[in-house]
Structures are given as structure tokens and as C-alpha cells.
Design a protein around this ligand. Structure first.
Ligand code: ATP
Length: 296
């Protein structure tokens, strides 16, 4: 039996705009996703002498270990796609907060696809893996690759961008809102969406490139969820202000929240911010942009 270990990195959205719901019920999005160095660890073992998927969960955050877990569903999908009836044993160590807007579940699913394809000696091409990823969820496709990308459609159409090296503080209060609730808050807050997307992909790309050059004004990093969510989550609104007060150059909510990240100029300021937040009982970590390049 052979085991493969894989890291599943958390993403933040450097930009996220949401358009009207489409005929399939998904909202269209324009997003710049960026992989950070916070990661879950996945270890996959195949056993051709047995059957079925067994998932164990460990680490700081608890998740279901049955079909409700995206890791389980990713493993199941690969087995089905390849018509395999073998045993799969997976251990998932959760370091990424759950339901936080950091795509932890999506990244775990993508890591499972990569790990199983490697263990099976790569029967599936990158394109075939991306198809399976899109079936599992919109964010899973970005998480299959690495780095920074412009994500459009329902989030599954990926165009790689250059990958800035950033210093982050990622923090989260105990407040929680499901992605579904976050979208209804968004609908309430903005009323009718004018078009498919409020900003087009070109604007988004320009904003990010301006940001990399250090020319991007803070308000150009944008998340459509931020205003409606901060209005309903007072602790998260306070956290946002605290991170800014600790010297973050930019502070923004990630995804549908409630995680908030700050981008810092120095590791010293970032670590002081983390120390202060942790002393108040808030989950906070210092991390950097993840390195690029998965072995797919
Ligand atoms: P996104 O940013 O893509 O919206 P998120 O960070 O907000 O994702 P997740 O942590 O992926 O949210 O979890 C969302 C839901 O998915 C939770 O209800 C959780 O129970 C479920 N889930 C399924 N599999 C996983 C997993 N491997 N890790 C975390 N959550 C999972």
C-alpha cells in the first residue's frame, strides 16, 4: 500500500463581485482568488484488497467524515469516473476554519483529486480533473491549481494571473453565516442586480495589476459581501477595524465571510496584530502567499 500526502491551501479573494443569479440558480462572479500558506493536510492510501472510503478527521476544526464531506465526495467521484472498486483510506487534518470564506472544503476536495490521481499513476488529464472539480463545487477548480487567478462564470472559469508575494493576517470571530444566508443578505442589500456582473473581468484584472505594482488604492480591493455582512456581524466589523488599526495596508473580508484578512508591509506588524487578536480569544494567524505549482 502506498500513501500520498497533499496540502490543501486556503484562498482569500483579493477581489469579489457578484452578478445576478443565472438561469441555473448560480450567481455569476468576478473574483481574484489568491492562495495563502494556511493549509489542511490530507493523507490518502489506496488498498486494492478492500472496498469503500474511510475518512478520519483530526486537527483544530471538526467536520463530518461521511458523504457530507467534500473529501469523501471527491474520492467517490474519482472511483466512479474510473470504474474502480477499491479501498481508500483518507486522513484529513483541519487547520483551516470551517465555513469561513476560505474555501477549506473546496481545497480539501481538490487535494483529494490530486492525491488520488497521483496514486493511480495519473489516469486523468488536468482537463479531466478540472471537470470533476467543477462537479464538486465552483471554487474547487481554482483550488486544483495554485497561485492567483481571475475566476469568472460561477467561479469555475480560471485565468492564471501573476502571483504577488504578500504577508497576511487571517482572522475570524465566532460569528457565522452560511454561504446560502450570505447570498440572501447580498440580494436584500443590493436589490436588483443590473447585469450579469457589476464589474467586468478587464476592470478586475487592471485592479489587481495596479495592486501588484503598489499603485492600487485600498478601496479597489473589493468584496461585494463585505458591506452587507459587516452590517449584520458586529464582532466581525470590530475585527475589521482592529486589523486596520494594527497597520494593515488593506483589510478585506474573504469570500462570503466571516473571515477577514489584512495585508501587512512587515511581518513584525502582522505578528503584533496576531498576538493582540489571539489574546482576545479571536482565531488569528500570520501567513504568506503560498508558493506556486502543484504536482498534478
Ligand atoms: P467557500 O469559501 O468555498 O464558500 P467556506 O470556507 O466558506 O467555503 P468550508 O469550510 O468549505 O466553507 O465549509 C462549508 C460547508 O462545507 C460546511 O458546512 C462544512 O460542514 C462542509 N464541508 C464539507 N467538507 C468539508 C471539508 N473537508 N472541510 C470543511 N468543511 C467541509
Amino acid at each position: 500500500m502506498h500513501t500520498v500526502k497533499e496540502r490543501a491551501y486556503a484562498k482569500v479573494n483579493l477581489y469579489l463581485d457578484v452578478g445576478a443569479p443565472r438561469s441555473d440558480g448560480f450567481h455569476s462572479v468576478v473574483s481574484v482568488m489568491h492562495m495563502t500558506g494556511l493549509y489542511d493536510e490530507i493523507s490518502v492510501t489506496l488498498d486494492r484488497a478492500s472496498h469503500g472510503i474511510t475518512l478520519y478527521s483530526e486537527g483544530g476544526f471538526s467536520v463530518p467524515t461521511d458523504r457530507r464531506n467534500l473529501v469523501y465526495r471527491a474520492a467517490e467521484l474519482i472511483l466512479k469516473r474510473l470504474s474502480l472498486d477499491i479501498g481508500v483510506k483518507i486522513t484529513l487534518k483541519k487547520n483551516i476554519p470551517v465555513s469561513a470564506g476560505l474555501a477549506g472544503g473546496s481545497s480539501d476536495a481538490a487535494a483529494t483529486l490530486r492525491a488520488m490521481n497521483r496514486l493511480l499513476k495519473r489516469p486523468l488529464s488536468r482537463a479531466a480533473l478540472a471537470e470533476l472539480a467543477a462537479e464538486l463545487g465552483s471554487d474547487v477548480v481554482f483550488c486544483l491549481y495554485s497561485g492567483t487567478a481571475l475566476c469568472t462564470g460561477r467561479g469555475e472559469i480560471i485565468s492564471p494571473l501573476s502571483h504577488p508575494e504578500l504577508i497576511f493576517v487571517i482572522a475570524k470571530t465566532r460569528e457565522c453565516v452560511s454561504t446560502k444566508e450570505a447570498y440572501s443578505l447580498l440580494d436584500e442589500y443590493y436589490g436588483d442586480f443590473k447585469s450579469g456582473t457589476a464589474e467586468d473581468a478587464e476592470d478586475c484584472l487592471r485592479e489587481l495589476l495596479g495592486f501588484i505594482d503598489g499603485k492600487c488604492p485600498p478601496q479597489r480591493l473589493y468584496n461585494a459581501f463585505e458591506a452587507p455582512m459587516l452590517k449584520t456581524l458586529p464582532d466581525t466589523e470590530a475585527l475589521h477595524k482592529k486589523i486596520t488599526a494594527h497597520g494593515a495596508r488593506y483589510t478585506l473580508m474573504s469570500g462570503s465571510g466571516p473571515s477577514v484578512f489584512g495585508i501587512f508591509d512587515t511581518e513584525k506588524n502582522a505578528s503584533e496584530c496576531v498576538r493582540a487578536l489571539v489574546s482576545e480569544g479571536i482565531f488569528a494567524i500570520l501567513t504568506r502567499s503560498a508558493g506556486c505549482g502543484f504536482d498534478i
